[in-house]
Design a protein around this ligand. Structure first.
Ligand code: HEM
Ligand code: HEM
Length: 172
């Protein structure tokens, strides 16, 4: 849809709950990457151990609520129905990939904590969890880059208001 001033606006922008969670999650994930651990021995500091567990649990619950909210209540995408099938596929693939990466980071993080606190689980448990943690930590930024590229595609090529549905009106 195009306004008289030629500014693209989505038919129905995302609501403030979806927007609030979306931009909060960007901050939390940025923080998580800045503060990421360097090795498993750091978990012997109890304060750091419990902070990591609380942070992972909070991020996991936020994303679980967000998935419920967008799938069941507010709607997951503002991509126009008439957009090409490949755009619908790419958008769904990247959105689910973002959720899958975050849930894997959180799940393997909690598993690493469990394996550290319960040494009887042994290296055979904790080592694959660390490997999977790192796979998901590598996949997430790749997907975020694809996601941002998609947002710019809609802003500058399609001009269909999909970016503005998450940011509000932009003057560019
Ligand atoms: C219970 C929660 C968590 C635990 C116990 C945990 C544990 C670990 C451990 C042991 C490492 C070092 C891996 C190695 O030895 O190479 C690591 C790396 C890392 N973690 Fe976590 N993690 C948790 C949650 C998270 C969360 C929620 C995030 C962020 C979204 C995160 C981000 C990172 C990053 C960025 C690295 C560095 C990876 C690298 O240098 O290649 N972690 N984590
Ligand atoms: C500068 C960075 C970002 C920009 C410009 C951006 C932009 C957008 C836009 C425009 C939408 C609406 C798409 C639509 O309606 O189809 C959206 C949705 C979405 N974004 Fe982002 N995003 C960014 C960062 C992130 C990050 C860091 C994550 C999570 C790891 C994320 C996860 C999602 C998800 C899952 C959706 C679908 C709606 C939902 O389930 O909440 N985004 N984003």
């Amino acid at each position: 849809m195009t306004t008289p001033e030629n500014t693209p606006v989505a038919e129905k922008p995302h609501g403030f709950v979806t927007k609030g969670i979306h931009w909060l999650s960007l901050l939390l994930i940025g923080y998580g990457y800045l503060k990421g651990l360097n090795n498993v021995n750091q978990l012997s500091d109890p304060a750091l151990f419990w902070f990591e567990v609380a942070f992972a649990a909070a991020l996991g619950l936020l994303f679980a609520f967000r998935l419920f909210w967008t799938k069941k209540i507010a709607g997951a995408t503002r991509l126009p129905d008439h957009a090409p099938r490949w755009e619908h596929f790419a958008s769904r693939f990247v959105h689910y990939g973002l959720y899958a990466s975050v849930f894997t980071i959180v799940g393997t993080g909690l598993a690493i904590a469990w394996g550290f606190a319960a040494p009887y689980l042994g290296r055979w448990f904790i080592n694959p969890m660390i490997a999977l943690h790192e796979v998901a930590l590598t996949a997430l930024p790749v997907l975020i880059l694809a996601h941002v590229a998609g947002a710019l595609w809609h802003k500058f090529i399609r001009r269909d208001g999909v970016l503005e549905s998450m940011t509000g009106k932009l003057t560019m």
